[in-house]
Design a protein around this ligand. Structure first.
Ligand SMILES: Cc1cc2nc3c(=O)[nH]c(=O)nc-3n(C[C@H](O)[C@H](O)[C@H](O)COP(=O)(O)OP(=O)(O)OC[C@H]3O[C@@H](n4cnc5c(N)ncnc54)[C@H](O)[C@@H]3O)c2cc1C
Length: 374
């Protein structure tokens, strides 16, 4: 027999967007359940946070926990973009201090623990398998330890990230603006050999761009961002291509030389895309499930947290006109996305050294090259 429980809000997905919404909702006394398929043991990408993380985590009551969690503080970003010089963007004048390089799995896990402490019910190791909506109520089917359970909710928040889970309202149209992927290598960085430079380094190359950074717990990361059709067809050739591209860089290769690979290369989807609607009848979508940003912006986690807080406010507002609040939420996400795409276009257009190569040609001019609509 199915066990059923009724919540004010059920949140699908426990990344930055889902956990923030859960904390913000539970802080207001709402009954909230969050369903997360993992136990946060796998490697997760998204490691750089700008100083603007501080006001968001302060609002959620999580800033003290964050600074005591061993994340690495970072004084700024250096980039080699548009010419061969290094450009330094220090955080010294930021009112919120330094940026951060985080252990992402640990960060998401500690946000989930904070949600539990705040009063949310968090189901870990729990897969969302189906959702339906009938007579003003959501019915969410979840699978945990092989058992299917059903949760009821007045409101639903979709925080499933880039997941391919598409049922009911989650099956709405999605617009894709590019096909970017990240080829990721995690390293052990021996502290005695490692560079003292704690800034993230961004560097353009013929086939895309690289980012690299030191991470907490003696780790480091280097990522080649490119288009999937520019990668070798055979996976066996990927490592050689990655190394060959690294050798074409001026600065990234120097720091990566000091690090020791800790695992195999992994390819992550990093495209820019958005859902065609961010809210509707008793539902909202937050974070990557709503819109995915190019990692060049380093805004994905901040955006997910800010969406989570705003979605919680729209649901728990004392104003009874949810329709209007949800429409405002939708409009604000749309306008943020428009701003992001215009900044992205400006930034990519600053790099002209390889303007006749496939990767850079695709990103020159305006966004004529809409790739795909699903
Ligand atoms: C290569 C790369 C580098 C990046 N670098 C940065 C960076 O430096 N800084 C930055 O701010 N952003 C970065 N980003 C973007 C950032 O990682 C995302 O924007 C952020 O993770 C979005 O958070 P989210 O909560 O919306 O989604 P996610 O973090 O993807 O969370 C979704 C959650 O849903 C769960 N889930 C999925 N399907 C199911 C299911 N059926 N049932 C239950 N649970 C499910 C997943 O396990 C996951 O925990 C990067 C992205 C890439 C690809």
């Amino acid at each position: 027999m199915l066990e059923q429980k009724h919540y004010d809000v059920v949140i699908l997905g426990g990344g930055s967007g889902g956990t923030s919404a859960a904390i913000a909702l539970a802080n207001t006394g709402a009954s909230v359940a969050l369903c997360e398929r993992s136990q946060y043991r796998e490697n997760r990408v998204g490691e750089m946070l700008s100083p603007w993380i501080r006001p968001l985590l302060t609002e959620l009551g999580q800033w003290e926990r964050f600074i005591q969690s061993g994340h690495l503080s970072s004084p700024g970003i250096v980039s080699c973009w548009g010419n061969s010089q290094l450009y330094e963007n220090e955080f010294i004048f930021n009112p919120y201090g330094c940026g951060w390089h985080i252990d992402r799995s640990y960060f998401d896990h500690s946000m989930a623990m904070a949600a539990i402490e705040t009063g949310a019910k968090v189901f870990l190791n729990t897969l969302v398998v189906d959702i339906s909506y009938e007579e003003g109520l959501w019915n969410i089917l979840i699978r945990q330890d092989g058992k299917i359970r059903s949760l009821k909710a007045d409101f639903l928040i979709n925080a499933l990230g880039r997941s391919q889970f598409k049922k009911g309202i989650l099956a709405t149209e999605r617009i894709y603006l590019d096909n970017l992927v990240g080829v990721v290598q995690v390293f052990q960085s021996n502290p005695s050999e490692a560079t003292e430079d704690l800034r993230m380094l961004i560097e353009a190359f013929e086939g895309g761009w690289w980012y690299s950074a030191q991470l907490p717990k003696g780790k480091a990361i280097a990522v080649m961002m490119t288009d999937p059709d520019l990668l070798p067809v055979k996976l066996n050739d990927l490592e050689a291509y990655w190394k060959k591209s690294l050798l074409t860089t001026l600065y990234t290769r120097e720091r990566v030389d000091l690090w020791h690979p800790a695992n195999k290369l992994h390819i992550y989807d990093a495209c820019t895309s958005h859902q065609n609607s961010f809210s509707g009848q008793q539902w909202l979508v937050v974070g990557d499930a709503a819109a995915t940003y190019d990692p060049l912006s380093a805004q994905g986690i901040l955006k997910a947290i800010s969406n989570g807080i705003n979605a919680a406010q729209a649901i728990t507002s004392s104003e009874l006109n949810h329709v209007k609040l949800f429409q405002d939420y939708n409009a604000s996400l749309l306008s943020n996305f428009a701003m992001y795409t215009s900044e992205k276009r400006l930034y990519y257009n600053q790099e002209r050294r390889w303007e006749n190569t496939t990767f850079w040609k695709r990103r020159s001019g305006d966004y004529r090259n809409l790739v795909n609509t699903v």
